[in-house]
Design a protein around this ligand. Structure first.
Ligand code: SF4
Length: 370
């Protein structure tokens, strides 16, 4: 495998150094793909896409992870937040969803289309990605890769250095801009080849080992599907709220979000918008709850009961709950909600066979796009 390190610097027909745009997620595969191409003397410019669904567990965002990798590689990087265009895709993907709410084919088309635009803008010759044939069930099959290339307007211009020798030669290979013999032939889900390559390029701190795309998380996917059913005009703020707290559906147009600790209470408060009502216990500690939707007196009363249900005084017959809307406050005296009723309103996927709830995984799904 060490032949990836040898070779002469290729030139374009005009005698210039060859330039490529790389999709860099911050994961190991995209990092290695860049190493392989750089080792051939090709200049690489990284492009990193960020969305509201991106989750990195290293205490920062994927954006900063990709930046760290680009710095280590000594290449420039452009970071694009594509949440707006992506949210439209997540709502109605032309090519459907994967196992959960991940519209991977449409998502990749969108990313490659933008990468193609950037490639033309900076005079690069092709786009590279760390994809490996057969590694992901939806977007990394040959047929799906063909569709993605065609619909992104990049037929023959996407080079996958880690599995190139499993694929038809691309235009840059045919033009001699890239040496095909120094590309790899990885296939499938095994990571053995990547580990060997990481040793060769001395990539020691594998970036972003977990985290990944929230849309592949069964717990989160259940929540967002439920939201789309009731809120066809789902906004970015609605999605950000989905990432916090316990969610309860009171009726078709009203939902309560319950904070599960001080940090979540603060995040919920920061996400409150005009028209939302915040609930908090009057005399004792308890959760901060946010009610959004069509708010009748009955719904406000129910939300106050539910707020009390998740406080420390849930066993008292009557408690006071503060309702805050805009600059105004009032107090309701209510009986804490019945636990079975509260449980029935909770938006959570249930595995009936194992009799357990499937919650949003704290550590992430590990599915990181390359
Ligand atoms: S898993 Fe990756 S390709 Fe699939 S939708 Fe999420 S970001 Fe896009």
């Amino acid at each position: 495998m060490t032949e990836v390190l040898t070779g002469t610097v290729p030139r374009t027909e005009q005698g210039q150094r060859v330039k490529a745009v790389a999709l860099l997620s911050g994961g190991l595969d995209s990092t290695l793909a860049i190493h392989v191409v750089k080792a051939q003397g090709i200049d690489v410019v990284a492009l990193n896409f960020v969305t509201v669904f991106c989750r990195c567990t290293r205490g920062g965002s994927c954006k900063s992870e990709a930046r760290k990798v680009s710095e280590a590689l000594g290449i420039p990087i452009k970071v694009l937040n594509i949440t707006d265009s992506f949210l439209k895709i997540v709502k109605r993907p032309k090519h459907g969803y994967g196992r959960n709410m991940n519209p991977c084919i449409d998502c990749r088309i969108n990313m490659f289309r933008m990468a193609g635009e950037y490639m033309r803008e900076i005079g690069a010759s092709f786009v590279i990605t760390g994809e490996v044939l057969g590694q992901r069930p939806m977007s990394q099959r040959k047929e799906a890769m063909r569709i993605i290339e065609r619909e992104a307007g990049l037929e023959g211009l996407i080079l996958r250095p880690l599995c190139a020798r499993q694929m038809e030669p691309t235009i840059p290979e045919r033009l001699g801009l890239v040496d095909r013999q120094k590309l790899l032939d990885f296939k499938g889900r095994s990571r053995k080849g990547q580990m060997q390559l990481a040793d060769i390029f001395e990539v020691k701190d594998y970036p972003c080992p977990a985290g990944g795309c929230l849309l592949t998380d069964p717990g989160f996917a259940y929540r967002i599907k439920e939201l789309f059913t009731h809120e066809p005009d789902t906004t970015l703020n609605d999605v950000q709220l989905l990432k916090v707290g316990r969610h309860l559906r009171l009726n078709g147009s009203a939902k309560l979000v319950v904070g599960r600790g001080e940090e979540e209470n603060m995040r919920i408060e920061n996400l409150a918008q005009e028209g939302d009502v915040l609930f908090l216990m009057a005399d004792v500690p308890g959760p901060l709850c946010l009610l959004r939707g069509n708010l009748t007196e009955e719904v406000l009363h129910q939300a106050a009961q539910l707020t009390a249900r998740f406080s420390k005084v849930r066993s008292l017959p009557s408690v006071k709950v503060i309702l805050r809307k805009g600059g105004e406050e009032r107090v309701l005296e209510v009986t804490p909600a019945d636990p079975v009723w509260a449980e029935g309103l909770t938006i959570v996927k249930k595995d009936k066979r194992k009799n357990r709830k499937i919650v949003v995984e704290e550590g992430g799904t590990g599915h990181k796009c390359d």
